[in-house]
Design a protein around this ligand. Structure first.
Ligand SMILES: *[C@@H]1O[C@H](CO)[C@@H](O)[C@H](O)[C@H]1NC(C)=O
Length: 382
Protein backbone atom coordinates (compact mmCIF):
# COMPACT_ATOMS: atom_id res chain seq x y z
CA UNK A 1 0.00 0.00 0.00
CA UNK A 2 2.78 2.38 0.92
CA UNK A 3 5.07 1.04 -1.79
CA UNK A 4 3.28 2.80 -4.64
CA UNK A 5 4.57 6.28 -3.85
CA UNK A 6 8.11 4.92 -3.41
CA UNK A 7 8.04 3.22 -6.79
CA UNK A 8 6.59 6.36 -8.27
CA UNK A 9 9.39 8.42 -6.71
CA UNK A 10 11.94 5.94 -7.98
CA UNK A 11 10.76 6.31 -11.55
CA UNK A 12 10.63 10.04 -11.16
CA UNK A 13 14.25 9.98 -9.98
CA UNK A 14 15.28 7.66 -12.80
CA UNK A 15 13.72 9.80 -15.49
CA UNK A 16 15.35 12.88 -13.96
CA UNK A 17 18.83 11.33 -14.04
CA UNK A 18 18.37 10.09 -17.58
CA UNK A 19 17.26 13.45 -18.85
CA UNK A 20 20.15 15.37 -17.20
CA UNK A 21 22.90 12.84 -17.97
CA UNK A 22 25.31 13.85 -20.72
CA UNK A 23 25.45 11.51 -23.62
CA UNK A 24 28.26 12.33 -26.01
CA UNK A 25 26.97 12.70 -29.55
CA UNK A 26 27.50 9.45 -31.42
CA UNK A 27 29.61 10.96 -34.21
CA UNK A 28 32.09 12.19 -31.58
CA UNK A 29 32.23 8.71 -30.02
CA UNK A 30 32.84 7.14 -33.42
CA UNK A 31 35.66 9.64 -34.03
CA UNK A 32 37.30 8.95 -30.65
CA UNK A 33 37.10 5.17 -31.21
CA UNK A 34 38.68 5.60 -34.62
CA UNK A 35 41.45 7.83 -33.20
CA UNK A 36 42.25 5.24 -30.55
CA UNK A 37 42.26 2.35 -33.02
CA UNK A 38 44.61 4.29 -35.34
CA UNK A 39 47.27 3.98 -32.66
CA UNK A 40 49.46 0.95 -32.28
CA UNK A 41 47.92 -0.86 -29.28
CA UNK A 42 51.38 -1.91 -28.10
CA UNK A 43 52.19 1.73 -27.41
CA UNK A 44 49.09 2.22 -25.26
CA UNK A 45 50.52 1.15 -21.92
CA UNK A 46 48.64 1.35 -18.66
CA UNK A 47 48.89 4.79 -17.02
CA UNK A 48 48.45 6.46 -20.41
CA UNK A 49 45.46 8.59 -21.23
CA UNK A 50 44.41 6.37 -24.12
CA UNK A 51 44.45 3.28 -21.89
CA UNK A 52 41.67 4.87 -19.86
CA UNK A 53 39.54 5.42 -22.95
CA UNK A 54 37.04 2.61 -22.29
CA UNK A 55 33.99 2.97 -24.48
CA UNK A 56 31.74 0.97 -22.15
CA UNK A 57 31.29 4.36 -20.46
CA UNK A 58 30.43 7.69 -22.01
CA UNK A 59 33.43 9.94 -22.88
CA UNK A 60 31.87 13.26 -21.91
CA UNK A 61 29.98 12.07 -18.81
CA UNK A 62 31.53 13.10 -15.52
CA UNK A 63 32.94 12.04 -13.15
CA UNK A 64 36.01 10.64 -14.91
CA UNK A 65 37.15 8.39 -12.07
CA UNK A 66 38.09 5.22 -13.89
CA UNK A 67 37.46 5.87 -17.58
CA UNK A 68 38.48 8.74 -19.87
CA UNK A 69 40.79 10.08 -17.19
CA UNK A 70 42.62 12.39 -19.58
CA UNK A 71 43.30 13.18 -23.23
CA UNK A 72 40.07 15.00 -23.95
CA UNK A 73 37.70 17.60 -22.58
CA UNK A 74 34.10 18.25 -23.44
CA UNK A 75 31.68 21.07 -23.35
CA UNK A 76 28.26 19.53 -22.78
CA UNK A 77 27.97 16.52 -25.06
CA UNK A 78 30.67 17.59 -27.51
CA UNK A 79 34.43 17.04 -27.44
CA UNK A 80 36.24 20.39 -27.50
CA UNK A 81 39.82 19.41 -26.71
CA UNK A 82 41.95 16.50 -27.81
CA UNK A 83 45.16 16.75 -25.81
CA UNK A 84 47.02 13.46 -25.70
CA UNK A 85 49.81 12.81 -23.26
CA UNK A 86 53.40 12.50 -24.56
CA UNK A 87 53.37 8.73 -24.10
CA UNK A 88 55.25 7.77 -27.26
CA UNK A 89 52.13 6.64 -29.12
CA UNK A 90 52.89 5.42 -32.62
CA UNK A 91 50.40 5.22 -35.46
CA UNK A 92 48.42 7.54 -37.66
CA UNK A 93 45.79 10.16 -36.95
CA UNK A 94 42.36 8.98 -38.08
CA UNK A 95 40.68 11.21 -40.71
CA UNK A 96 37.50 10.84 -38.65
CA UNK A 97 39.02 13.45 -36.31
CA UNK A 98 37.08 15.89 -38.52
CA UNK A 99 33.81 14.59 -37.03
CA UNK A 100 34.80 16.36 -33.80
CA UNK A 101 33.41 19.56 -35.26
CA UNK A 102 33.42 21.42 -31.93
CA UNK A 103 37.16 20.92 -31.39
CA UNK A 104 38.94 24.07 -30.26
CA UNK A 105 42.29 22.50 -29.34
CA UNK A 106 44.29 19.58 -30.67
CA UNK A 107 47.62 18.80 -29.01
CA UNK A 108 49.34 15.55 -29.92
CA UNK A 109 52.88 16.81 -29.36
CA UNK A 110 55.84 14.63 -28.35
CA UNK A 111 54.56 11.35 -29.73
CA UNK A 112 55.42 9.28 -32.80
CA UNK A 113 52.44 9.86 -35.06
CA UNK A 114 53.44 9.25 -38.67
CA UNK A 115 51.94 9.46 -42.14
CA UNK A 116 50.03 12.42 -43.51
CA UNK A 117 48.10 14.87 -41.42
CA UNK A 118 44.57 14.00 -42.57
CA UNK A 119 43.30 16.65 -44.95
CA UNK A 120 39.93 16.60 -43.17
CA UNK A 121 41.64 18.14 -40.13
CA UNK A 122 41.96 21.40 -42.06
CA UNK A 123 38.19 21.75 -42.23
CA UNK A 124 37.47 21.96 -38.48
CA UNK A 125 35.61 25.27 -38.24
CA UNK A 126 36.28 26.06 -34.58
CA UNK A 127 39.90 25.04 -34.24
CA UNK A 128 42.03 27.66 -32.48
CA UNK A 129 45.06 25.64 -31.41
CA UNK A 130 46.73 22.97 -33.53
CA UNK A 131 49.86 21.47 -31.97
CA UNK A 132 51.40 18.42 -33.61
CA UNK A 133 55.02 19.24 -32.74
CA UNK A 134 57.69 16.55 -32.26
CA UNK A 135 56.07 13.70 -34.16
CA UNK A 136 56.85 12.05 -37.48
CA UNK A 137 54.13 13.53 -39.67
CA UNK A 138 55.00 13.87 -43.34
CA UNK A 139 53.32 15.35 -46.40
CA UNK A 140 52.64 18.98 -47.22
CA UNK A 141 50.70 21.86 -45.67
CA UNK A 142 47.66 21.97 -47.96
CA UNK A 143 46.17 25.19 -49.33
CA UNK A 144 42.96 24.17 -47.53
CA UNK A 145 44.59 25.23 -44.24
CA UNK A 146 42.98 28.61 -44.97
CA UNK A 147 39.66 27.04 -43.86
CA UNK A 148 40.84 27.18 -40.24
CA UNK A 149 39.52 30.72 -39.92
CA UNK A 150 39.81 30.79 -36.12
CA UNK A 151 43.30 29.31 -35.87
CA UNK A 152 45.56 31.22 -33.47
CA UNK A 153 48.40 28.76 -32.85
CA UNK A 154 49.91 26.40 -35.41
CA UNK A 155 52.84 24.28 -34.24
CA UNK A 156 53.97 21.38 -36.41
CA UNK A 157 57.66 21.79 -35.55
CA UNK A 158 60.02 18.80 -35.49
CA UNK A 159 58.26 16.64 -38.10
CA UNK A 160 58.96 15.74 -41.75
CA UNK A 161 56.66 18.24 -43.46
CA UNK A 162 57.86 18.98 -47.00
CA UNK A 163 56.90 21.16 -49.94
CA UNK A 164 56.46 24.90 -49.91
CA UNK A 165 54.25 27.03 -47.70
CA UNK A 166 50.87 27.69 -49.33
CA UNK A 167 49.97 31.24 -50.39
CA UNK A 168 46.62 30.76 -48.66
CA UNK A 169 48.43 31.06 -45.31
CA UNK A 170 47.82 34.80 -45.45
CA UNK A 171 44.08 34.14 -44.98
CA UNK A 172 44.63 32.90 -41.41
CA UNK A 173 43.95 36.33 -39.99
CA UNK A 174 43.68 35.17 -36.37
CA UNK A 175 47.02 33.35 -36.42
CA UNK A 176 49.51 34.80 -33.95
CA UNK A 177 51.97 31.94 -33.51
CA UNK A 178 53.39 29.86 -36.36
CA UNK A 179 56.09 27.28 -35.66
CA UNK A 180 57.13 24.95 -38.45
CA UNK A 181 60.77 24.71 -37.41
CA UNK A 182 62.75 21.53 -38.04
CA UNK A 183 60.89 20.22 -41.09
CA UNK A 184 61.75 19.87 -44.77
CA UNK A 185 60.00 22.93 -46.13
CA UNK A 186 61.43 24.51 -49.26
CA UNK A 187 60.63 27.36 -51.62
CA UNK A 188 60.17 31.02 -50.78
CA UNK A 189 58.34 32.65 -47.89
CA UNK A 190 54.76 33.40 -48.92
CA UNK A 191 52.83 36.47 -47.80
CA UNK A 192 52.42 35.98 -44.07
CA UNK A 193 49.22 36.37 -42.01
CA UNK A 194 48.92 39.96 -40.87
CA UNK A 195 48.46 39.40 -37.12
CA UNK A 196 51.36 37.07 -36.62
CA UNK A 197 53.45 37.73 -33.50
CA UNK A 198 55.88 34.80 -33.49
CA UNK A 199 57.24 33.34 -36.71
CA UNK A 200 59.50 30.29 -36.40
CA UNK A 201 60.67 28.40 -39.47
CA UNK A 202 64.12 27.41 -38.24
CA UNK A 203 66.00 24.51 -39.81
CA UNK A 204 64.14 24.02 -43.09
CA UNK A 205 65.34 24.55 -46.67
CA UNK A 206 63.63 27.84 -47.40
CA UNK A 207 65.29 29.84 -50.15
CA UNK A 208 65.06 33.15 -51.98
CA UNK A 209 65.22 36.76 -50.82
CA UNK A 210 63.48 38.41 -47.89
CA UNK A 211 60.69 39.95 -49.95
CA UNK A 212 58.87 42.99 -48.72
CA UNK A 213 55.63 41.55 -50.04
CA UNK A 214 55.83 38.65 -47.55
CA UNK A 215 56.04 41.01 -44.59
CA UNK A 216 53.68 43.83 -45.53
CA UNK A 217 51.01 44.80 -42.98
CA UNK A 218 52.71 42.78 -40.23
CA UNK A 219 52.37 45.28 -37.42
CA UNK A 220 52.39 42.72 -34.56
CA UNK A 221 55.48 40.73 -35.50
CA UNK A 222 57.83 40.45 -32.52
CA UNK A 223 59.92 37.31 -33.05
CA UNK A 224 61.43 36.05 -36.31
CA UNK A 225 63.33 32.77 -36.19
CA UNK A 226 64.49 31.86 -39.68
CA UNK A 227 67.95 30.48 -38.90
CA UNK A 228 69.34 27.39 -40.64
CA UNK A 229 67.72 27.87 -44.02
CA UNK A 230 69.07 28.83 -47.46
CA UNK A 231 67.85 32.41 -47.69
CA UNK A 232 69.96 34.65 -49.92
CA UNK A 233 70.57 38.19 -51.05
CA UNK A 234 70.89 41.34 -49.00
CA UNK A 235 69.02 41.58 -45.72
CA UNK A 236 67.03 44.70 -46.52
CA UNK A 237 66.85 47.78 -44.31
CA UNK A 238 63.02 47.85 -44.13
CA UNK A 239 63.06 44.46 -42.42
CA UNK A 240 64.49 45.80 -39.15
CA UNK A 241 61.97 48.67 -39.25
CA UNK A 242 58.96 46.32 -38.81
CA UNK A 243 57.33 48.29 -35.96
CA UNK A 244 57.03 45.72 -33.15
CA UNK A 245 60.06 43.62 -33.98
CA UNK A 246 62.07 42.50 -30.93
CA UNK A 247 64.10 39.41 -31.82
CA UNK A 248 65.54 38.39 -35.16
CA UNK A 249 67.50 35.25 -35.88
CA UNK A 250 68.70 34.88 -39.47
CA UNK A 251 71.88 32.97 -38.61
CA UNK A 252 73.15 30.11 -40.78
CA UNK A 253 71.67 31.19 -44.09
CA UNK A 254 73.38 32.40 -47.26
CA UNK A 255 72.81 36.13 -47.02
CA UNK A 256 75.52 38.14 -48.74
CA UNK A 257 74.69 41.73 -47.78
CA UNK A 258 73.19 43.78 -44.99
CA UNK A 259 71.48 47.17 -45.01
CA UNK A 260 70.65 48.86 -41.71
CA UNK A 261 68.57 52.04 -41.69
CA UNK A 262 68.06 54.41 -38.76
CA UNK A 263 64.77 53.67 -37.00
CA UNK A 264 62.31 56.34 -35.90
CA UNK A 265 61.35 54.12 -33.02
CA UNK A 266 62.33 50.52 -32.45
CA UNK A 267 61.84 47.72 -29.93
CA UNK A 268 64.56 45.59 -31.44
CA UNK A 269 66.45 43.82 -28.63
CA UNK A 270 68.38 40.94 -30.18
CA UNK A 271 69.76 40.31 -33.68
CA UNK A 272 71.68 37.21 -34.77
CA UNK A 273 73.07 37.23 -38.31
CA UNK A 274 75.99 34.88 -37.65
CA UNK A 275 77.25 32.26 -40.10
CA UNK A 276 76.16 33.91 -43.33
CA UNK A 277 78.28 35.33 -46.17
CA UNK A 278 77.71 38.98 -45.44
CA UNK A 279 80.42 41.22 -46.83
CA UNK A 280 80.96 44.94 -46.40
CA UNK A 281 81.48 46.97 -43.23
CA UNK A 282 79.77 46.33 -39.89
CA UNK A 283 76.81 48.77 -40.03
CA UNK A 284 77.28 51.75 -37.73
CA UNK A 285 73.50 52.32 -37.90
CA UNK A 286 72.94 49.41 -35.48
CA UNK A 287 74.00 51.82 -32.76
CA UNK A 288 70.89 53.93 -33.46
CA UNK A 289 68.52 51.16 -32.29
CA UNK A 290 67.60 52.38 -28.80
CA UNK A 291 66.85 48.96 -27.21
CA UNK A 292 69.43 46.77 -28.92
CA UNK A 293 71.09 44.58 -26.26
CA UNK A 294 72.49 41.66 -28.23
CA UNK A 295 74.14 41.77 -31.65
CA UNK A 296 75.78 38.80 -33.38
CA UNK A 297 77.55 39.16 -36.72
CA UNK A 298 79.97 36.26 -36.18
CA UNK A 299 81.46 34.28 -39.06
CA UNK A 300 80.68 36.48 -42.00
CA UNK A 301 82.99 38.35 -44.37
CA UNK A 302 82.91 41.73 -42.69
CA UNK A 303 85.92 43.97 -43.10
CA UNK A 304 87.06 47.42 -42.02
CA UNK A 305 86.95 48.87 -38.54
CA UNK A 306 84.50 48.21 -35.75
CA UNK A 307 82.34 51.38 -35.75
CA UNK A 308 83.30 53.56 -32.77
CA UNK A 309 79.54 54.14 -32.30
CA UNK A 310 79.26 50.54 -30.99
CA UNK A 311 81.25 51.68 -27.97
CA UNK A 312 78.87 54.55 -27.26
CA UNK A 313 75.60 52.63 -26.93
CA UNK A 314 74.45 52.11 -23.37
CA UNK A 315 72.09 49.22 -24.12
CA UNK A 316 74.45 46.81 -25.89
CA UNK A 317 75.50 44.06 -23.48
CA UNK A 318 76.37 41.21 -25.87
CA UNK A 319 78.41 41.71 -29.03
CA UNK A 320 79.75 38.88 -31.17
CA UNK A 321 81.89 39.98 -34.11
CA UNK A 322 84.25 37.01 -34.15
CA UNK A 323 85.18 35.19 -37.34
CA UNK A 324 85.36 38.18 -39.69
CA UNK A 325 88.19 40.28 -41.18
CA UNK A 326 87.87 43.35 -38.97
CA UNK A 327 90.96 45.52 -38.66
CA UNK A 328 92.31 48.41 -36.65
CA UNK A 329 91.87 49.05 -32.95
CA UNK A 330 88.63 48.03 -31.24
CA UNK A 331 86.69 50.97 -29.69
CA UNK A 332 88.32 51.98 -26.38
CA UNK A 333 84.92 52.19 -24.70
CA UNK A 334 84.65 48.38 -24.88
CA UNK A 335 87.40 48.11 -22.28
CA UNK A 336 86.76 51.18 -20.15
CA UNK A 337 84.89 49.15 -17.54
CA UNK A 338 81.92 51.53 -17.79
CA UNK A 339 79.83 48.88 -19.53
CA UNK A 340 79.70 45.16 -18.88
CA UNK A 341 79.96 44.07 -22.50
CA UNK A 342 80.32 40.34 -23.15
CA UNK A 343 80.84 38.53 -26.43
CA UNK A 344 83.79 38.03 -28.73
CA UNK A 345 85.99 40.00 -31.08
CA UNK A 346 88.30 37.02 -31.71
CA UNK A 347 89.32 35.46 -35.02
CA UNK A 348 89.60 38.81 -36.79
CA UNK A 349 92.53 40.98 -37.89
CA UNK A 350 92.34 43.42 -35.00
CA UNK A 351 95.32 45.16 -33.47
CA UNK A 352 95.79 45.30 -29.73
CA UNK A 353 92.74 43.48 -28.49
CA UNK A 354 93.66 43.38 -24.79
CA UNK A 355 94.01 39.81 -23.55
CA UNK A 356 92.77 41.02 -20.17
CA UNK A 357 89.35 41.54 -21.73
CA UNK A 358 87.02 38.58 -22.09
CA UNK A 359 86.11 39.94 -25.52
CA UNK A 360 89.59 39.09 -26.77
CA UNK A 361 90.02 35.59 -25.34
CA UNK A 362 89.89 34.01 -28.79
CA UNK A 363 93.06 34.95 -30.66
CA UNK A 364 93.20 36.94 -33.90
CA UNK A 365 93.78 35.44 -37.36
CA UNK A 366 97.36 34.86 -38.50
CA UNK A 367 98.79 37.92 -40.27
CA UNK A 368 99.24 35.95 -43.51
CA UNK A 369 95.50 35.25 -43.76
CA UNK A 370 94.69 38.88 -43.01
CA UNK A 371 97.15 40.14 -45.60
CA UNK A 372 95.69 37.77 -48.16
CA UNK A 373 92.16 39.01 -47.39
CA UNK A 374 93.27 42.61 -47.94
CA UNK A 375 95.53 41.69 -50.87
CA UNK A 376 98.64 42.57 -48.95
CA UNK A 377 97.42 45.98 -47.78
CA UNK A 378 96.53 46.07 -44.12
CA UNK A 379 96.49 49.78 -43.38
CA UNK A 380 92.96 50.92 -42.58
CA UNK A 381 92.02 54.41 -43.69
CA UNK A 382 91.41 56.52 -40.60
C1 LIG B 1 72.11 54.75 -42.09
O1 LIG B 1 70.75 55.17 -42.04
C2 LIG B 1 70.45 56.30 -42.86
C3 LIG B 1 69.06 56.75 -42.57
O2 LIG B 1 68.14 55.69 -42.52
C4 LIG B 1 70.65 55.93 -44.32
O3 LIG B 1 70.37 57.01 -45.15
C5 LIG B 1 72.10 55.49 -44.50
O4 LIG B 1 72.29 55.04 -45.83
C6 LIG B 1 72.44 54.36 -43.52
N1 LIG B 1 73.86 54.06 -43.63
C7 LIG B 1 74.32 52.95 -44.18
C8 LIG B 1 75.81 52.81 -44.23
O5 LIG B 1 73.60 52.09 -44.60
Amino acid sequence: MSTTPIIFLFFLFLSATVSTAITTVSSDITALKSIKSGINQKTISSFTCLYSWDFTSDPCSPPHVTHFLCGLSCSGNRVTQLTLDPAGYTGTLSPLVSQLTQLITIDLSDNKFSGQIPNSLFFLPNLQTLILGSNSFSGVIPASISNLKKLQTLDISHNFISGSLPNSLTQLTELTRLDLSYNKLNGALPKLPKNIIQLALKANSLSGYLQKQAFTELTQLEVVELSENSLTGTIPGWFFLIPSLQQVNLAKNSFTGLEILKPVNSNLIAVDLGFNKISGYPPANFSTYPMLASLTLSYNKLRGRIPWEYGKTTTLSRLFLDGNFLIGLPPKDFFSGKTSLSGSLGDNCLKMCPISSGLCLKSQKPLSICKQAYRGKLKPKS
